[in-house]
Design a protein around this ligand. Structure first.
Ligand SMILES: C[S@@+](CC[C@H](N)C(=O)[O-])C[C@H]1O[C@@H](n2cnc3c(N)ncnc32)[C@H](O)[C@@H]1O
Length: 228
């Protein structure tokens, strides 16, 4: 009998650890207890984690966290949670958080799917950022793309009433895929209108993935979705 793996079982990343620099390793050793949040099967309490009540924004697949860090500095009234599987990126971000002495940013080093399933309370997130998710350009790898109906369903449950999902990609074919999967969801609305892209938000900094896309003459596609 042919067994088909459910969408959920296919991961959007491959754990290719790569070498940690001394600075990244040192940051993981020294600063994890201040800014890191271990994965656990129970939902965490935001107010006790950040020691205050504030809108919580999650950056999914934060990479080296440049975007999350910039946001946390620019918008000190918000709390930020960077979720990233790649340890060198997490080490880099921990160092930067420590240098800037920020108290409004925490980091989870884990696959975002179980984090959303287990660790995040429903109706508690005011914005999600998914900037330059891995495009998995080969057709046979499309099933690995992070943005699919399963993820969207989780995001929907976690968003606050007027919460927003911001997405950017430089892959035209991934942008089409994103439009399609969101179009099939009846609870979310594309703020730019169906099949349209949003203007590039001026608060989104250019990370190295956006710059790379520009070097390759790729167009950049922004989306913003909210609950109906
Ligand atoms: C192309 S990078 C973009 C990084 C960052 N958002 C930026 O714009 O610079 C995509 C990141 O998503 C991370 N990632 C992919 N799937 C993930 C998952 N399921 N959970 C957490 N992180 C994931 C990858 O490790 C990678 O660092």
């Amino acid at each position: 009998m042919i067994s088909r793996k459910p969408l959920r079982a296919i991961r959007s990343f491959v754990r290719r650890e790569g070498r940690l620099t001394d600075a990244q390793q040192c940051a993981l050793n020294e600063y994890w207890s201040n800014y890191g949040v271990d994965f656990q099967e129970n939902a965490f309490d935001q107010n006790s984690l950040f020691k205050r009540r504030a809108p919580l924004i999650i950056d999914i697949g934060a990479g080296t966290g440049d975007s999350t860090l910039y946001q946390a500095i620019q918008f000190p009234k918000n709390n930020y949670l960077a979720i990233e599987v790649h340890r060198p990126g997490v080490g880099h971000l921990l160092n930067e958080i420590h240098k800037a002495q920020l108290t409004n940013i925490k980091v989870i080093n884990h696959d975002v799917i179980p984090v959303l399933e287990k660790q995040i309370t429903n109706r508690s997130i005011s914005q999600f950022f998914i900037f330059f998710p891995d495009p998995w350009p080969k057709k046979r790898h499309h099933k690995r793309r992070l943005i699919n109906a399963y993820l969207i369903n989780l995001l929907k449950q976690k968003l606050t009433r007027h919460g927003r999902i911001h997405i950017a990609t430089d892959w035209a074919d991934y942008a089409d895929h994103i439009s399609e999967v969101f179009k099939q969801d009846n609870d979310l609305v594309n703020l730019a209108g169906q099949n349209n892209f949003s203007p590039r938000p001026n608060w989104r900094i250019e990370t190295r993935y956006e710059k790379r896309g520009q070097r390759l003459s790729h167009e950049i596609y922004d989306f913003c979705f909210t609950l109906r």
